[in-house]
Ligand binder design. Structure first.
Ligand SMILES: [Zn+2]
Length: 325
């Protein structure tokens, strides 16, 4: 009789996972050019404490005061992390957004940076989603969509908590039309946000249904599945609209036990209603300290093994890799 597998550190999962939601930009190289990433490291915000702690910073709760003190986080750390956690691919989100005055909080991770530093170097591991600043109006934003296509990115991202509702016919719809023409899908943020200047009223997943109805041929990825705001409607969006998919970022199984998000009821409902339209994503590196427990949490849930494989790997491979899967 063979020895049963255990969940200790020597456990090797039988298949690699696919993480379709991550955020480059926090790496030290050139970070001064990426507002939101640089000033995030220097703030007392809890999500940066998590990154510091995961990178082995001696006192993660101590606030950094200069860029020199930032741990030497680089694309090499991404690769080590992927190897250690058996991740085959990661999808990288560009960001270009700014909140209203008086906060004026800017978060910029340019599409050029993602292409040059990640995708050009490791094309078999990374894929890009273009960050679009639709607050600047369709003329500028359409150019960003076209640049994303030129970079061979797979889609564009709409960051609603600063930008406004994604069913805005003037600011957003021309972008969706152009994305569709160029063969790009659209990723739309839903659920609560904590970056400075966020407005929760724009992040309700209820708007996704409107966009999906008006653009039935546009593939839409609903990010965060309405996290802590309206996960039920988020599931319904994917159930009733053939063109809507969703991820489950960000799961916090070891931090807090959330009811109605990434708990058993949530996953069981997803398994029942939308087993082929769900993707695993993490918001890495923001989830770095708990990455392995997060994956193990899903692997250990009493859900069907085939569904877990769809969630952790197969659905995303089909959607993001297509023929290359
Ligand atoms: Zn994200």
């Amino acid at each position: 009789m063979s020895k049963p597998k255990t969940w200790g550190s020597d456990y090797v999962p039988e298949y690699d996972i696919f993480d379709m939601h991550s955020h480059p930009g926090f790496e030290k190289k050139g970070i001064a050019d990426r507002p939101g990433c640089s000033n995030g490291w220097l703030s007392d915000r809890s999500w940066f404490m998590d990154i510091r702690s995961a990178l082995g910073y001696p006192d993660p709760y101590k606030q950094l005061t200069s860029i020199d003190q930032i741990p030497d986080f680089s694309v090499d750390h991404w690769l080590k992390h992927m190897e250690a956690n058996k991740i085959s691919h990661m999808v990288l989100c560009g960001m270009d957004t700014q909140s209203d005055p008086p906060q004026n909080w800017r978060w910029l991770v340019s599409n050029d940076y993602i292409k040059t530093e990640f995708i050009d170097k490791y094309p078999d591991k990374f894929m890009g989603i273009g960050g679009i600043n639709y607050r600047l109006g369709p003329e500028v934003a359409i150019k960003q969509v076209e640049d994303a296509a030129k970079h061979n990115f797979l889609g564009i991202k709409i960051f609603t908590s600063h930008g406004g509702p994604p069913n805005d016919k003037v600011k957003c719809y021309p972008l969706y039309e152009r994305a569709q023409q160029l063969g790009l899908h659209v990723e739309i943020h839903t659920g609560v946000e904590t970056v400075p200047g966020f407005r929760l009223k724009y992040t309700d997943p209820i708007f996704i249904d409107d966009v999906a109805t008006d653009f039935p041929d546009l593939k839409i990825v609903q990010l965060h599945c309405g996290f802590l705001q309206n996960p039920q409607i988020a599931i319904v969006n994917a159930l009733t609209n053939p063109n809507v998919y969703t991820d489950v970022s960000i799961c916090f199984p070891t931090w807090m036990h959330l009811k109605y998000f990434s708990d058993f009821d949530h996953f069981r409902t997803i398994e029942h209603f939308i087993p082929d339209k769900i993707f695993f994503g993490t918001d890495f590196p923001l989830s770095l300290p708990i990455y392995r427990p997060l994956v193990d949490h899903i692997r250990l849930m009493p859900l069907h093994a085939d569904f877990k494989k769809k969630l952790l790997r197969d659905n995303a491979r089909k959607f993001f890799l297509g023929d290359k899967a």
